[in-house]
Design a protein around this ligand. Structure first.
Ligand code: ADP
Ligand code: ASP
Ligand code: MG
Length: 407
């Protein structure tokens, strides 16, 4: 007998038929004698709709009310999934975040999980193997109000629950059958990976591959949760997220990720003197604007410098407004912002010991006539910022150049 957490994403619970399909999958595990906790997302499209309504009514919304609205999608699917299980004769009960409770901090809209009380779920496992169907994405904050864990947060609910229950497995069922070398919806020749390391998965997720939420991978890595990503529509093994030593053959580049959620801001001709970066980025940090890539280049006169950086698309307005209002640095010639950019990153633990990975990237993009606007690197990844119209061309060319194409 094993204890397993099964998480189903939005497309897997998109309508009543699919919820029935989920229930059948859960029943199979129950019939095999396992203890099962299920985590569900909202029906696909529902969270987007809820967010859109909030924005329509109040662009600078109160985050507590945002959470009150957007957490509702998961309430619906958890109840429906429990009902579908009951219809199949499986004892099941739904749980909202506050009922467990799954306690989070007070960062409404992007809350972090602090603790999960599993006592009652465990008691019911022991008593009659009742299935717990937990609403993903939501918790309860210190103010006693509902919180949400950031977009894609049901993955994190599932991994956190698996850690708290000391589950043997955490299966993440989604609309693709595993983690691929690149988003299979854009690169048709992407290859499914049997295994990927926590570290690479963490980079892939944080650089835009939304198949797993970044925090879920962090949690899985820290608590050594065995995560598998697999399809809810097909019966075949998915991708296991594992320790580095479980991977025998290490690729130099294991995957390519992209993010459309980027905007570029440039301040031209700011004084080239100590303290200038702190003056620019201090106020942005205070306003919780996350700055990602940064380049500084000297101007012709040698006295001034151009500062270019990227922020999330949703933060571009706020960042430019702050800078224009005179927060931080006031002396600059021009402030240019551009939301039509994407970030592409190549990732691989093998990069630590191989040179030339960056050169391949630069040459491949050059051959396609694609200009690189910003570059940033770390030990196991290289990222470039390019014009968004070249996204697909760049991904496919790089995928081929690194020998990742499926044969
Ligand atoms: P769910 O609703 O099940 O949580 P998501 O839409 O959040 O599903 O994540 C699955 C999607 O992630 C896939 O449909 C795919 O387009 C995208 N994706 C991006 N990069 C990858 C990758 N490297 N491997 C697999 N899927 C990826
Ligand atoms: N429903 C939430 C979202 O769309 C959480 C999730 O699906 O993981 O972001
Ligand atoms: Mg998701």
């Amino acid at each position: 007998m094993a204890r397993i957490v099964m998480k189903f994403g939005g497309t897997s619970v998109a309508d009543i038929d699919r919820i029935r399909n989920v229930a059948r999958r859960v029943k199979r595990e129950v019939d095999a004698g396992h203890e099962v906790a299920v985590v569900v997302s909202a029906m696909s499209g529902v969270t987007n709709q809820l967010v859109a309504w909030v924005n329509q009514l109040a662009p600078l919304y109160d985050a507590r009310e945002y959470d009150a609205v957007v957490a509702t999608g998961e309430q619906v699917t958890s109840g429906l999934t429990a009902l579908a299980l009951q219809e199949l004769g499986v004892d099941a009960r739904s749980w909202q975040g506050w009922q467990l409770p799954l306690v989070s901090d007070d960062a409404h809209g992007k809350a972090r999980i602090l603790s999960i009380d599993t006592a009652e779920v465990l008691r019911r496992f022991a008593e009659g193997r009742q299935v717990a169907v937990v609403a993903g994405f939501q918790g309860i904050g210190p103010d006693g109000r509902v919180t949400t864990l950031g977009r894609g947060g049901s993955d994190t609910s599932a991994v956190a629950l698996a850690a708290a229950l000391q589950a043997d497995r955490c299966d993440i069922y989604t609309d693709v059958d595993g983690v691929y070398t690149c988003d299979p919806r854009i690169v048709a020749r992407a290859r499914k990976l049997d295994k990927i390391t926590y570290e690479e998965m963490l980079e892939m997720a944080s650089l835009g591959a939304k198949v797993l939420q970044t925090r879920s991978v962090e949690l899985a890595m820290n608590h050594r949760v065995r995560v598998q990503v697999l399809s809810s529509f097909e019966d075949k093994p998915g991708t296991l997220v594992v320790d580095e030593d479980e991977i025998v053959e290490k690729q130099v580049v294991s995957g390519i990720a992209y993010s459309r959620d980027e905007a570029k801001v440039t301040l031209t001709k700011v004084a080239d003197k100590p303290g200038i970066a702190a003056a620019i980025f201090g106020p942005l940090a205070e306003a919780s604007v996350n700055v990602d890539m940064i380049v500084q280049s000297s101007s012709e006169d040698g006295q001034t410098t151009d500062m270019t950086f990227t922020v999330g698309k949703a933060d571009m307005e706020r960042a430019t407004r702050l800078l224009k209002s005179g927060a931080g640095v006031t002396g600059y010639a021009e402030l240019i912002s551009d939301p039509n950019v994407v970030k592409i990153s190549v990732i691989g633990v093998g990069m630590r010991s191989y040179a030339g990975v960056a050169l391949t990237m630069f040459q491949t993009l050059a051959e396609k006539g694609i200009n690189i606007q910003v570059i940033s690197t770390s030990e196991i990844k290289i990222s470039v910022l390019i014009d968004e119209q070249y996204l697909e061309l760049a991904l496919r060319a790089l995928h081929t150049a690194y020998g990742l194409d499926r044969q």
